[in-house]
Write a protein that binds this ligand. Structure first.
Ligand SMILES: Nc1ncnc2c1ncn2[C@@H]1O[C@H](COP(=O)(O)OP(=O)(O)O)[C@@H](O)[C@H]1O
Ligand SMILES: [Mg+2]
Length: 365
């Protein structure tokens, strides 16, 4: 089922009569059978969007289409949508089986048939051994699966997951996100999941939509958005460690960091800019022992003193003094093979495809 959001808006009026534009003029197509992540910081309007698609909130303006049919005014039960809330919202006094079966309560049909359905879904999400347990006897991950099973029991055409991993520990998050991807592929259900965690979104989604302040910033395949962020917000939101941002100047098609030539840049504009470079966008050209406190920059490079060396798994992250700004640091990820120590001075070349130039409004140049 393809989902189309057309100029979708949801405004709330707070107690002091201020209008909060939780979702503002949102346009988005979620292709049939795909897994799409809606990502953005807390409060940017992700849950509000899901609740409108589920029919729990009525949009202030705009339309929601399921396969070209306008369902904006259709009641939640008639939409064929399965929703998993962030806190799961399971019934604590019922068993796993009763929870999963709950949406079938008003359906006609034999008890045995319903039980069979529950058992099939439970198998799909790997909780078939737990069906007669109480909810209170489940771990976070098992509750999570129970909630997904309950959302899937009526074979929805659309599955909506609100921060599905937020209550799980790190290892379980990893496992659960792979499992959600598997379940989504097996059932072919069009799925939207919401998260504030970019890593999660990038790893399992067909497409991501990045939101900020109720407005979609960019839509695309995760790798395309990562490699070509259209504004500084998106560039900073995707990637860990966060992208480095230097103050720069564009003059006669050349980029300078505090009077030091960094690279050419084809543009007729002469103005202040942000030079954003991903941590993996540097090549270590030289390593020196640092004695002098003043570092002479060289053309086309950034020379900086290493403040800290963090070895994390198979990678090393260097924290370096930003030579162009006092009390400011930037991060570089390199292979563990390079032996670099604190206080070393490294000369860094820049990979052009890892550097993005933004104007002071934050738009890509
Ligand atoms: N029922 C509500 N009444 C008033 N304001 C709300 C309501 N629900 C959400 N908001 C506001 O709308 C914005 C978006 O909220 P939400 O969709 O929950 O964000 P997210 O899920 O991305 O964290 C926030 O500023 C939030 O305070
Ligand atoms: Mg939310």
């Amino acid at each position: 089922m393809e989902i189309t959001l057309k100029n979708l808006c949801k405004y709330f009026t707070s107690k002091d009569k201020e209008v909060v534009k939780a979702v503002d003029d949102m346009n988005l197509i979620i292709p049939s059978g795909k897994l799409v992540a809606l990502i953005g910081p807390s409060g940017c309007g992700k849950s509000t969007t899901l609740y409108m698609i589920a029919g729990l909130y009525e949009p202030t303006h705009g339309q929601i289409l399921f396969d070209n049919e306008d369902i904006t005014k259709i009641s939640p039960e008639k939409r064929g949508v399965g929703l998993v809330f962030q806190n799961y919202a399971l019934f604590p006094h019922l068993t796993v089986r009763q929870n999963i079966m709950f949406p079938l309560e008003n359906e006609i049909g034999l008890k045995e048939d319903k039980n069979k359905l529950v058992e099939d879904i439970a198998k799909l999400v790997n909780i078939d051994a737990l069906l007669d347990r109480n909810i209170s006897e489940l771990s976070g991950g098992e509750k999570q699966r129970t909630a997904i099973a309950r959302a899937l029991i009526k074979k929805p055409k659309v599955l909506l997951l609100d921060e599905p991993f937020s209550n799980l520990d790190a290892r379980l998050r990893l496992q659960t996100r792979e499992e959600i991807r598997r379940i989504q592929k097996e059932t072919g259900v069009t799925t939207i999941f919401v998260t504030h965690d970019q890593e999660e979104a990038i790893s399992i989604s067909d497409e991501i939509a990045v939101m900020n302040d109720g407005v979609i910033q960019q839509i695309g395949k995760p790798i395309d958005v990562y490699d070509k962020p259209l504004n500084l917000f998106v560039a900073k939101f995707l990637g860990n460690p966060e992208i480095n941002v230097f103050d720069g100047v564009l003059n006669n098609s050349k980029i300078y960091l505090k009077n030091n030539y960094l690279s050419d840049f084809d543009s007729k504009d002469n103005k202040d800019i942000f030079v954003a470079i991903r941590p993996e966008g540097f090549i270590v050209d030289k390593i020196e022992n640092g004695f002098s406190s003043i570092i002479e920059q060289e053309k086309g490079m950034i020379k900086a003193k290493v403040d800290q060396v963090h070895i994390i798994g198979g990678e090393t992250t260097l924290v370096l003094n930003n030579p162009f700004k006092d009390n400011s640091f930037f991060k570089v990820t390199i292979s563990n093979d390079l032996k670099i120590e604190e206080s070393n001075i490294v000369s860094l070349l820049i990979k052009p495809n890892k550097m993005f130039i933004f104007n002071k409004e934050g738009d890509l140049l």
